[in-house]
Each structure stands twice: as C-alpha cells, then as structure tokens.
Design a protein around this ligand. Sequence first.
Ligand code: SF4
Length: 299
Amino acid sequence: MPSAPCDALIKQGYQFFSRTSSAALKPCMWCKRALAGGDMCYKHQFYGITSHRCVQMTPTLRCNQRCLFCWRSFEHEITGEEECSPDTIFSGIHKLQKKALAGYNAVLQNSVTKELWQEALNPNHVAISLSGEPTLYSQLPELISLFNQKGYTTFLVSNGTNPSILARCRPYQMYVSLTAPDNETYRKVCRPVGDTWELIKESLTLLGGQRSAVRITLVKGYNDHSPERYAAMLQESGANFVEVKGYMYLGYSRNRLVRENMPDHDLVRAFAAKIATTCDYRIKDEKQISRVVCMERIK
Ligand code: SF4
C-alpha cells in the first residue's frame, strides 16, 4: 500500500516520505518560478512567504470529501496506509525537496542562480496543503509542533471536518475551507463522506484568537450565491483573513467540471465586495493572475 495512486503520482512529480504511507511533497509552480528568478505566489504578496523556500506537502493523501473542484484523482482511493512518524517526515523534507527541485534545475539547464538555489535548499516554511485532508493524519498536532520547534513557519489548510484535531494544532496560520453558504450546496460541491457540515461550522469558531484564514473556492454556477450567508459565517469565525479564490480548471477536476465553471477575476472580486457589505471584512489585496482576493477583518 498505497501503490496504485502513488505510481501515477510519482510520474506527476510527487515525492513520498515512505513506501507504505501517502505522506508526500511536491514543489508548486510558484516555488519553481521563484527559483528561476520569476514571480512569487500570492502568499508572498499577502503574507510575505518566500515561494522558493516553501515546501508544499501533506502527511496523508486520504480525504473524506470528494470536492468537484479538487485537482486530485478519486479513481484510486487510498484505503489504508501505515502512517509515517513526524520524525520521518521532518527528516525527509530536505532530501525530498532537493530531489524534486534538482530535476527542475536540470530542466532550466542551471540558469537558477547559486544564491536562490542555496536558499531553496534551506526551506523555512511548510504549506501543509498539497492534497488530501491533513487532519486524517493522527499525529498532525505533533508534526506541527516539531516544525515549530525547528524554526519553520507552517500554513495548515484543512477542510474543517475534524475540529477536535484542529483544536490541538498550533500552526503559524490556520486555514479552514468554506466552500458553500449552506449544507445543500456543500453536499453538492464537496460530496462529503458523512454529515460534516456542522463540524465545519464548529471548526470556523476555532479560528478566533490565532492567526487564521478562511478559504472560499468559488465555482461559477455552483457556490457563487448567497454572499450574505457566507458573510454571517465569516463574521462568527473571528478569522483574521478571508481568501476568495476562483476555481481553476486543472488536474482531475477537468473530469467533473467544465472550463466555464472558472470565474474570472472580476467575478471573484465582485463576490468578495458583496460579502464585505454585510460583515466586518474588507478587501485588503488581490492578485489577478491567481484570481484571488484577500479580505481582512477590520474589528
Ligand atoms: S477537501 Fe481538499 S483534498 Fe479533499 S476532496 Fe476537497 S479539495 Fe480535494
């Protein structure tokens, strides 16, 4: 285990921490772009994260949702795995990130500067957000503590279905996804295994009192309605930031949605502006190429 999905994913550039678990990392497009001296991702613009020093990883690829917009495959579900320990994951980070980036360096024919390359080999930020739901990994709080002890900042991105685990995690910034204004839309867009809507609402209430963000992925024609309901839940959450982001027609999501389900940046911005009219969040920044708007709580 978990051979079938992993074989396909290895071809897509995933690096696995062990042969028996689905814990993996894969540098994102922005990491590679920054390494080549290009633009950084919107998290640099919004929060100061340096893209080429960011490790995008997950402690498990399992998930309890089947979101229409997810770029991962549902065809080869991971049904069981032997979890890696936090130590195994931590000790593999440098080696696997180097391995993954070395291939890219070769593609660029060594045009990456020495300085950027050295910085990339010394990552300082971990985005626990690659794919899968990280709270299904039983040692997530311990893994994040280990990253904290070793001086890494962490972004933890969760679908919010496990508030009891989230309550024990202390990342630098905690994200909870809110992809529907009501349970009916949630079931249609996220197709959860079980009845998890109330759990997501509970997770949102954990966000106050810590550095936190709510991520809304807008899928045109599916969840781009009822901005006042989103606003009411955001208001309750106490999160510092809200990212309203347009769905991108990428990966396996192309088997479930059509290109027209991608909202353009104007639609994303207009939706964020509507949310702002009935809660204490205001638009702080935006990045058009990523179709994302960052809102910040003003009181
Ligand atoms: S919660 Fe995340 S990993 Fe799980 S199906 Fe949805 S988008 Fe994919």
